[in-house]
Structures are given as C-alpha cells and as structure tokens.
Design a protein around this ligand. Structure first.
Ligand code: SF4
Length: 335
C-alpha cells in the first residue's frame, strides 16, 4: 500500500520527496544498527526516491538495491588505480557539455542532477558546474556537429537527462531535430527504474512524434528494480516506439551471480527491454569495494551463455579512456 501511495504521486513530487537523510532511510528499513558503517562524502550525499526504497526488503542489510545507494565507510579508502576521472572525460569536451569521443556519436550533458545517487557512479567526482552548456551554447553545438558529418547520433546524458522538466527537455529535442544529419537521439537514464512515473504521457507523446529514432538505455543492475509498475511504464514507452535497452554494471555483492544476472535479463525482456551491455566497473575513487576481477566476469559471462538465449546475454565490456568504443572483454582469456 505504501508503495502504491508513493508511486501514484507526480514524478516531480517524488523527485522532491527523495530521501536524503541516512537516519530516515535506516529507520524505514529497520536497519539502525548499520549507522556506524556509514560515511557520507560531501561531494556525493545520499539520495534515493521513496518508490525505489519501497522495492527494498525491510530488515535486509544486504538488499541489492540498498547496497547501491547506501554510503559506506569503504568509500574513504584510497585504492591505487581508482581515480576521480577514470575515463579522462574532463579532457574531451570541445564545448561545455559536449563530449566527443566516439566517431559517429556525441554525448551531451544537459544536467548534472540525478534522482538517485549510485555509490559506484563513475561521474561522482565530475565537475558538472564547469561542464554544463548554457542556453546560448545551442548554436555552438549545432555548428560543431555540422562540422562532423559522420555524427548521426546524439546521446543525452548527465547526470540524468530525464531529471529536467519536459519543457527543458523538449526544447533540446526541438534544437537537435533541426540538425538534419542526426538520425538517432539516445537517452541514458535511470529514472524509469527509480521513478517510473517520469515516463509520463507528455514525454511519451513527444518521443513518439520525434523525426529521429529514439533509443532509451535504462541503467538497471538488479531484477528487483523492475516491479510490475515499472514494467508497465516501460511497456508504454515501447508502445510509443522507443527502442529500450539496458546497461548494467557488474557489482560485487549486488549482481555478481549467474542467478542475479539471469533474473535481470529475463525481467528486462518481460518488460520490453533488451540487455545491451554488462560493464565491468570503471575504476572511480571511492568505489573499489564494488569491483571484481576480470577473470570472474569472464567466467560469469560463459555461464550466462550456457543459461540464456544469446539475445539475453549482454556484451561484456570495459570503458577505457581515449578508446573510440567500449572495449569488449576478451572472454577467451580464461585461466
Ligand atoms: S543515475 Fe547514473 S549518473 Fe546518476 S548517480 Fe546513478 S549512475 Fe551516476
């Protein structure tokens, strides 16, 4: 019932009412005993919408959704090789907010804000304030893309691009659709999983009307993130003509088992979403405790091949700085 009441609220209310107090979260989940393990870095505080909390199990300190959002003392530990900008993104911005590292695609950051703070996020130290396009930058962005005719796809990223109002988002769509060479607009977002109501009628109608193909890549890591209501909203997006894909991050203690990955792929498919990528962790400072050996990821991948049809096995990849694509992990490199 609580879940029902929360998720009936409009998405912006749900966004505003997200939990930012560790004490409140632990009290709701009856996990007050975890308080001594908590450390909250100033640059990346707790944030989790109540509807997402409602998908967690009360009293379970190992809940896979809770572990994605609960700050931990381990984030303070400096580990060699884990750095603030693991993908060197700060050096690849030709214009504020525009990242050009792939040949046919550019990435546009339209907000630094997210509905949820994921503790493994590789952009948790990113200086968004210095990298946000201003309203007057739109013409610069059009000119830049026009100078590279091979660019045919724009990736809206963040932060979470669905965190902005429909008015702001649609204004970006209006601008981008004037660039004739663009055939595809891709949206990378976690909002359909954490506040499914974000896929409201106005948004879906606008996406359905776009002259571009719309691809939405949701970032789900565990099957429990996709309950019946979430699946219903995703199916609505699919019915509006949106191609739905998922990319997950392989996270220690959260989805590092054949059963967890199988359930995720099956639940995604039932909701109209195809698994796309399974990323090994980007080595960001503060997240080393989520990382797993590549050899583990490879064995997991082979197990998934044996268990699932090929179309439900995501590509196992690593993102590396200055590489013009996501690098496939060499799965034949077995111990
Ligand atoms: S929603 Fe995405 S960008 Fe935002 S904190 Fe989570 S992983 Fe990072």
């Amino acid at each position: 019932m609580i879940n029902h009441l929360i998720t009936q609220k409009n998405w912006q209310t749900q966004l505003t009412e997200a939990i930012t107090s560790v004490d409140e979260l632990l009290e709701l989940l009856k996990l007050e005993s975890l308080r001594p393990d908590i450390y909250i870095p100033k640059h990346f505080e707790l944030r989790v919408p109540r509807g997402f909390v409602a998908k967690m199990t009360v009293g379970d300190s190992n809940d896979p959704l809770l572990r994605q959002v609960l700050p931990n003392q381990k984030e303070q530990i400096a580990v060699t090789g884990y750095v603030a900008d693991p993908l060197s993104e700060n050096t690849q911005n030709p214009i504020k907010g525009l990242l050009h590292k792939y040949q046919s695609r550019v990435l546009l950051t339209i907000t630094g804000a997210c509905a949820i703070h994921c503790r493994y996020c590789f952009r948790q130290h990113f200086d968004y304030s210095a990298n946000m396009p201003t309203a007057s930058a739109k013409q610069d962005i059009i000119d830049y893309i026009s100078a590279y005719p091979e660019i045919n796809e724009i990736i809206l990223s963040g932060g979470d691009p669905l965190n902005v109002t429909n008015r702001r988002l649609f204004a970006w769509f209006d601008t981008l659709e004037t660039i004739e060479q663009l055939t595809t607009i891709r949206i990378h977002t976690r909002l359909p999983l954490v506040i499914p109501a974000r896929l409201d009628d106005a948004l879906l109608e606008r996406l359905a009307q776009s002259r571009c193909q719309i691809v939405m890549v949701i970032h789900g890591n565990h099957a429990n993130e996709i309950d019946a209501l979430t699946a219903e909203y995703l199916q609505r997006a699919r019915a509006a003509g949106v191609t739905l894909l998922n990319q997950a991050v392989l996270l220690k203690g959260i989805n590092d088992s054949v059963n967890a990955q199988t359930a995720l792929s099956q639940r995604l498919f039932a909701a109209g979403v195809l698994p796309y990528y399974l990323h090994v962790l980007d080595k960001v400072a503060g997240a080393a405790h989520f990382d797993l050996d590549e050899s583990f990821a490879i064995e997991l991948y082979w197990s998934l091949l044996a268990k699932l049809p090929g179309y439900l096995v995501p590509k196992l990849v690593r993102e590396l700085p200055n590489e013009p694509f996501k690098v496939p992990i060499n799965v034949y490199n077995r111990a």
